[in-house]
Design a protein around this ligand. Structure first.
Ligand code: PLP
Length: 358
């Protein structure tokens, strides 16, 4: 199986797995201790959690704190609902974790359009808005948004700026002037089941989860030292390998583009993360392609939209009609994708598509 679905999730880095193992200990160890207990095993677990917090914070701008959550979805709910903002502006191509949360929170919701490249206008101005949320890298088409300019415009209007950096964290520099940044471990070679919200000092939030008062009373619930340690190690590694990882996906992108040269690229050719390539062929039957090339794991449009039968809201927002959107596929590659396997998968996709007569 060739795995080309890195936007859905990434493999666990061996270094992250290694960091997790001591905290999976059985009764003969102390690795199972509750990090909120004051005794020695508890303090050892708490130290592992704090080390992980520093490692995740190293991917973030200075001047804030990291709150661990169960996922980026939870982090975005804490940011948007916890801010108490009622007048919201979000881009049309946000992940459902932002769009649906904003719909649930908003008294008034402004949806910011994107152009045919999938980019929000950096000159957008915000009036009568309390909170703006725009993602760093889109999960379906890989476009990189002008988030620092949008954060500046939000601040000029007295609004908070939230950035969903799930697909950008560890790959790009963080948006330096955001007020809150949501990240997820499993998109940067860490474990599933843990995310974080970075909150700039001075930003006030109200908890969305009540109970034992963990995470500075913002997110009650016992933390998993194992998941924190895996997240921390993955974050450290991502920071160390940022340039190497980017160069690697850049080479894969070139090779994939060359093999799939007659396919049309969805989203900006320049403002993008090269580990994502979303392509279309007029008249392509994607379900048939998936069943014919079943030893390549890739996605139809988006992992979230695929399977639901709904046309992707992202592809619709960049102006594709239903037929074009349904003829689109998303390939995602990353650190552990070999050049040979990437080229092999692309060649198989091209051959199978050509056999459909498209
Ligand atoms: N935001 C983006 C851009 C994503 O790609 C995802 C996951 O697909 C999420 C948010 C949600 O992340 P999590 O799986 O940690 O809830």
């Amino acid at each position: 199986m060739i795995y080309l679905d890195y936007q859905a999730t990434t493999p666990l880095a061996p270094e992250a797995r290694e960091a997790m193992l001591p905290w999976l200990g059985g009764p003969e160890t102390i690795g199972f201790a509750n990090p909120h207990s004051p005794h020695r095993p508890g303090r050892a677990a708490a130290a592992a959690v704090e080390l992980a917090r520093e490692q995740v914070a190293a991917l973030m701008p200075p001047g804030g704190r990291v709150i661990f959550t169960g996922s980026a979805t939870e982090a975005l709910n804490l940011a948007i609902l916890g801010s108490g903002a009622r007048r919201l502006a979000v881009s049309a191509i946000e992940h459902a974790a932002v769009l649906d949360t904003a719909r649930a929170a908003a008294g008034e919701l402004r949806v910011l359009p994107v152009d045919a490249d999938g980019l929000v206008n950096p000159a957008t101005r915000f009036d009568d808005v309390d909170l703006v949320s725009v993602m760093q890298v889109n999960n379906e088409i890989g476009t990189i948004q002008p988030v620092e300019q949008l954060a500046q415009a939000a601040h000029a209007a007295g609004a908070l700026f939230v950035c969903d950096a799930v697909q950008g964290a560890g790959k790009l520099a963080p948006p330096a002037n955001a007020d809150m940044i949501a990240v997820s471990a499993h998109k940067l070679y860490g474990p599933k089941g843990i995310g974080a919200l970075w909150v700039r000092d001075g930003v006030e939030l109200s908890p969305q989860m009540h109970g034992g008062g963990q995470e500075a009373a913002l997110r009650s619930g016992t933390l998993s030292p194992m998941l924190c340690a895996g997240f921390g190690a993955a974050a450290r590694l991502a920071g160390e390998r940022r340039e190497e990882d980017a160069a690697h996906v850049g080479r894969l992108w070139q090779a994939a583009r060359a093999i799939l040269s007659r396919w049309t690229l969805n989203g900006s050719p320049t403002e993008r993360w090269h580990g994502n390539i979303n392509l279309r062929l007029e008249g392509l039957d994607v379900a048939r392609l998936m069943s014919e090339v079943r030893d390549v794991a890739f996605s139809a449009g988006s992992a979230c939209a695929s399977g639901s039968g709904r046309t992707s809201h992202v592809l619709t927002a960049i102006g594709l009609d239903a037929r074009q959107a349904k003829g689109s596929i998303r390939l995602g590659f990353g650190r552990y994708t070999g050049s040979r396997e990437c080229e092999d998968a692309c060649a198989r996709l091209e051959t199978a598509a050509a056999a459909q007569g498209v």
